[in-house]
Design a binder for this molecule. Structure first.
Ligand code: UDP
Length: 255
C-alpha cells in the first residue's frame, strides 16, 4: 500500500466505484480449467484486470531428496510476477514480496490437501501473474485450487479467496489497483466452502466493527468465487464425459 494522501482521490461517483461497481461487488471473473498440456493440472483466471495462470505437477519424486517427509507429501508453491505484468517493469526473479506471497498462499491451500496419501513426494504449484491489478495473491490461490483439483490431487474441498478493503471510509469488496494502492486498508481472505478461514492478512487499519464487516464481505465474495470454481471444473469434466461418448464410427472418421 502506497503511503499517499488519499484525500484528493475520488473513489466513488454517484454511489459507484471508479470501475462502476457497487461496494459489495466482485470484479468480473473468468476461470478456465486445463489450459496447459504438459502440467498435471492447470487453470487460467481473470479477476478484473488480473490475469493469472496456475500449473500443478505431482505428486512426484522430491528433489533434493533431503526435503522428503516420510509421512506425507510436501507442497511447494511458487508465486511469480512477470516483469511485464505491472505498470513499472518488475525486476525478474524472486524477492521478499514473492517469498511472502508464496508462503501464505501455500499455507492457505495445504490444510485441504490430503498430503498423507502421498508420503515422500512433492506437489509443486507454480503461479504466474501475467497482468496485475491488485489481489494477485487471491487470484493465484483461486487458480491454484482449481489446478490442484484438475490434477486429481485428493482434497477435502476447494479454497476460494478474495480481499476486502477500505476506501474513503467505506468497506469495499475485491479492491482494484487504485483502491489497493491509495485506500486505507486491504484484507485478503481465503476459505473453504464451509467458512473455515485459511488465510487472513491485513494491511492498513480497521476498527473492530470495520474488521468484522470486511471479513464478512470477503467471505461472501469467496462464496461467489467458489460457485464459479466448481462450475468451471464440472463444465470441463462433463465435456470430457460427452466426448468419450462419441459413437465409434464418428471417432474413426477423424483418424
Ligand atoms: N504491484 C506493482 N509492482 C510490484 C508489486 C505490486 O505494481 O512490484 C501492484 C500490482 O498491481 C499488485 C498491487 O500492486 O497487484 C498490490 O500488490 P500487493 O503486494 O498488495 O499484492 P496483491 O494485492 O497483488 O495480492
Amino acid at each position: 500500500m502506497i503511503a499517499m494522501d488519499e484525500s484528493n482521490i475520488s473513489f466513488f461517483k454517484d454511489g459507484c466505484r471508479l470501475d462502476g461497481r457497487k461496494a459489495d461487488q466482485l470484479r468480473p471473473l473468468k476461470i478456465e480449467v486445463g489450459v496447459l498440456a504438459r502440467a498435471d493440472g492447470s487453470c487460467y483466471i481473470e479477476m478484473g484486470g488480473n490475469k493469472v495462470i496456475a500449473a500443478v505437477y505431482g505428486p512426484r519424486e522430491v528433489h533434493p531428496r533431503h526435503l522428503q517427509e516420510v509421512t506425507r507429501a510436501i507442497v511447494r508453491y511458487r508465486y511469480n510476477m512477470a516483469s511485464f505484468s505491472v505498470e513499472e517493469r518488475k525486476r525478474p526473479g524472486p524477492d521478499r514480496r514473492s517469498y511472502e506471497l508464496s508462503k501464505v498462499s501455500r499455507e492457505a491451500l495445504e490444510p485441504v490437501i490430503l498430503t498423507s496419501y502421498f508420503p515422500r513426494s512433492v506437489i509443486d504449484v507454480f503461479v504466474e501473474v501475467l497482468q496485475a491489478d491488485a489481489g494477485t495473491r487471491t487470484a493465484g490461490i483461486n487458480a491454484a485450487s482449481v489446478a490442484l483439483a484438475d490434477a486429481g490431487i485428493p482434497m477435502k474441498s476447494l479454497i476460494s479467496s478474495c480481499a476486502a478493503g477500505k476506501v474513503a471510509d467505506t468497506i469495499v469488496l475485491d479492491p482494484m489497483k487504485e483502491e489497493d494502492n491509495f485506500g486505507q486498508a486491504d484484507l485478503p481472505v481465503a476459505m473453504t466452502p464451509n467458512g473455515d478461514i485459511t488465510l487472513l492478512q491485513m494491511d492498513g487499519g480497521l476498527s473492530p466493527a470495520e474488521l468484522h464487516e470486511a471479513v464478512e464481505m470477503a467471505m461472501n465474495g469467496c462464496r461467489q468465487i467458489y460457485e464459479l470454481q466448481r462450475k468451471s471444473l464440472v463444465d470441463k469434466y462433463s465435456q470430457l464425459e460427452s466426448l468419450s461418448q462419441v459413437p465409434e464410427q464418428e471417432a474413426e472418421a477423424c483418424d
